[in-house]
Unconditional design. Structure first.
Length: 346
């Protein structure tokens, strides 16, 4: 028996393809976010000469300004974003360094704007920072792609011979894996001495804390209710190691036992360790005691992230060595720390 009922076929729905305008808009939003992330591959790497012709023709307006300086004087290019406290501190630190200890070098500021910022904000912030003599220079990404800058704040160090020596870093006090800081490299370059390659460094503004005293920070005991100041836990005449970590961080979970084993073996009588755990959610606060409760030093919970903000602890684990009077003597980021070598006791 033949069924004469009409067959209901699905009606194809044509979805219009996105126009090139929307494709370009989405690409721009992806390529130029607030954090100033740029292309994945740089055209020039540390250790290579930086061709003035390349940056003059492909580096946009900032590249055209930079090209006449390359190969003539050492240049520290400082990428920053107006209104961002870390960026502005990194820029002012670089300018202060150049004026006091590296007069033979040039600090070359380059602003990267967020989508909501007007170009006029560059001049406004420079004036507010007391840097009115600096040009309000902007990079739309052209120069950053050549040298591989991906975040603000970041630096590019070019020696007097026009060789790229550094890309990255978040503060002039940040050091390379070999131990030399950006400041030390610029000082060498400024007096015509050879500058080693510092390579490509992650942007870590936390290093601006070196040499400074921390404010009197406070967290809770593991019970989550009893507040204690770090100054109340510190012991007179002893250095203090602050170990900032998160209970969900696998690097922290590997680093903590190594720190404990070193401490139990060395038993330094001139050092106090205080670990501070991120605990700004009930889940994090519950996880901490089982992971750290039996370790042989004081513990604090950072329930409101006030300690992490003061320590600029963007990454975990982060370790801070303080002098007896609270000055930051050293900073280590990550789990790969030789505790005995760093703290002076094997």
């Amino acid at each position: 028996m033949r069924d004469n009922a009409p067959i209901m076929r699905p009606i194809p729905v044509r979805i219009p393809r996105p126009t090139w305008f929307f494709v370009a808009l989405l690409a721009a939003l992806w390529i130029l976010p607030t954090a100033a992330q740029y292309g994945e591959r740089a055209l020039v790497a540390p250790g290579d000469p930086l061709p003035p012709g390349l940056i003059a023709t492909q580096g946009g307006p900032a590249g055209r300004d930079l090209a006449p300086l390359v190969g003539k004087r050492p240049v520290l290019v400082a990428y920053w974003r107006p209104g961002d406290g870390l960026s502005e501190a990194a820029l002012t630190g670089a300018v202060d360094l150049q004026k006091t200890r590296a007069q033979g070098a040039v600090v070359f500021p380059v602003a990267v704007l967020a989508a909501s910022q007007a170009p006029e904000s560059i001049r406004t912030r420079l004036d507010a920072l007391g840097l009115a003599d600096l040009p309000a220079r902007q990079d739309g990404g052209q120069l950053a792609r050549i040298v591989g800058i991906r975040k603000t704040p970041s630096f590019v160090l070019i020696d007097a011979g026009g060789v790229l020596r550094l890309v990255g870093g978040g503060d002039v006090q940040q050091n390379s894996p070999a131990g030399m800081t950006i400041a030390q490299a610029l000082e060498l370059a400024a007096v015509g001495k050879p500058v080693p390659n510092l390579g490509t460094l992650p942007s870590r503004p936390v290093y601006r804390l070196l040499g400074r005293k921390l404010p009197d920070l406070a967290g809770t005991d593991l019970d989550g209710t009893t507040w204690r100041k770090i100054s109340d836990l510190r012991q007179p005449g002893k250095k203090t190691l602050l170990f900032y970590w998160s209970p969900t961080c696998p690097h922290c979970k590997r680093a903590l036992p190594k720190l404990r084993d070193w401490y139990n073996k060395a038993r330094p009588d001139d050092l106090l360790i205080i670990d501070i755990a991120r605990a700004d959610s009930p889940y994090l606060a519950r996880e901490v005691p089982g992971l750290i409760g039996q370790y042989p030093w004081p513990h604090l919970l950072d329930k409101d992230r006030s300690i992490s903000r003061a320590l600029m602890a963007r990454e975990t684990p982060s370790s801070y060595l303080l002098s007896a009077d609270g000055e930051v003597l050293g900073i280590k980021i990550g789990e790969r720390v030789d505790w005995g070598r760093w703290l002076g006791s094997d």
